[in-house]
Design a protein around this ligand. Structure first.
Ligand code: SOE
Length: 397
């Protein structure tokens, strides 16, 4: 077999997404025939101790604490950005200007202005054959890719309803410590940008329609939390109460949406839905059919065929999306064995490297991610305009 040209990757970030992306870069060439051979060349983190340890654990050849080194090196082809949103724009702009392909975690940025700058830079870079993609990884779930295939084939007919909720509960404990995800200056927003962005992207990608207007409300149930050190009992802090800081983002968001094709959307995102660990759910109702998906049952897609072909047998069917005919599945296990969260990131790398090999635009592009950013901004603006909420008039009893 002919030697494949290496594709040397530098990954910026060593936490959850750093681990997920490392796993993806390692496994993609083992299960898929790629046009280039990814190499885990350089891992970049903030502290030398943590980064050195993570590089060894996650399988990186070298490590650094300066992302600018990765951007400057001639032997690096790809910059994979897995940092909090406040640094996405600076790193992506420098990487694209240096001729590096860029994979950037979602949401693309913490503001529309930054997302626009990144999209303009990606457009210029594409003219030089330098490609950019945003990591809305749920698009690579076989069940959701199958749902999109059904919608594109016209099985659902015209879309009338989109019902999306992304429910987590890792912040239900008021003493769960502060982290960058709870700091607006770092994360941009809370549940809205962290998980609501997935619902927005998935809804627009599945339907092929854009959200044109929203009416929203956002809420923060727990307004201050222990600093991480205090919560860990570090530094001998006796009174956790004294070492608490403000939560500056939303815990939960709910909004209705109008779609460009006339559909009505209802969205919810929260990290306080006690008992729901990662229930990323979407249901789409069309004139002739419906699909329903829940990531907590990620190998299944519910499909209702309302085209009247078998009136006695109408009902939602549970498709176990683990057959070779299903998207991505043929490269993994025999039918029925199922995939997991980490496979979405492997599929994301497969599609990104395939696009790089072919010189074609990967999706979601920065432009598609900018569109999500515009919806996020509209939701925040709507929620901020409290006057939009109408008080229910009740007579004093
Ligand atoms: C939030 O907890 C989170 O880690 C998101 O940031 C990821 O994008 C999602 O895939 C899993 O949940």
């Amino acid at each position: 077999m002919a030697e494949k040209t290496p594709l040397r990757v530098a990954l910026i970030g060593t936490a959850f997404m750093g681990a997920a992306h490392s796993q993806a870069w390692r496994t993609a060439p083992r299960f898929f025939d790629l046009p280039r051979e990814p190499e885990l060349a350089l891992l970049v983190g903030r502290s030398p101790e943590t980064t050195a340890a993570r590089a060894a654990t996650l399988g990186w050849q070298e490590w650094s604490t300066d992302w600018r080194e990765a951007v400057a090196r001639d032997d690096i082809d790809v910059i994979d950005i897995c940092t909090p949103g406040d640094s996405h724009a600076e790193i992506a702009l420098a990487a694209l200007a240096a001729g590096k392909h860029v994979l950037c975690e979602k949401p693309l940025a913490n503001s529309v202005a930054d997302a626009e700058r990144m999209t303009d830079a990606a457009t210029l870079a594409a003219a030089q054959g330098v490609l950019a993609m945003c990591g809305f990884s749920y698009r690579r779930t076989p069940a959701l890719a199958l749902a999109r295939r059904f919608i594109v084939e016209g099985r659902l007919g015209g879309i009338r309803h989109v019902r999306a909720s992304y429910l987590q509960d890792w912040l239900r404990d008021p003493d769960a410590p502060l982290s960058w995800r709870l700091d607006k200056s770092l994360a941009g927003s809370g549940a809205l940008g962290d998980i609501g962005a997935h619902s927005i992207d998935t809804a627009q990608w599945l339907t092929g329609e854009s959200i044109t207007s929203v009416s929203a409300t956002m809420h923060t149930f727990v307004t201050e939390r222990p600093q991480r050190a205090a919560a860990a009992g570090l530094g001998g802090v006796a009174d956790v109460q004294a070492a608490r800081g403000p939560v500056t983002v939303d815990d939960a968001v709910a909004f209705t949406a109008a779609f460009s094709g006339g559909a009505l959307g209802v969205f919810e995102a929260t990290r306080m839905a006690t008992g729901r660990r990662n229930a990323n759910r979407i249901e789409i109702n069309g004139e002739t059919g419906s699909i329903a998906f829940d990531f907590e049952r990620m190998n299944e897609l519910e499909y209702f065929d309302g085209r009247g072909t078998d009136p006695e047998a109408e009902g939602f069917r549970r498709i176990v999306v683990t057959d070779p005919v299903h998207p991505y599945v043929a490269n993994w296990w025999p039918t029925g064995h199922g995939l997991g969260y980490e496979h979405l990131f492997t599929h994301q790398v497969v599609d990104f490297v395939t696009a790089i090999g072919a010189g074609t635009a990967p999706s979601p592009s920065f432009g598609e991610a900018l569109d999500v950013q515009r919806v996020l901004a509209a939701v925040e603006a709507s929620a901020g305009a409290a006057s939009r909420m109408t008080t229910v008039e009740r007579k004093e009893s």
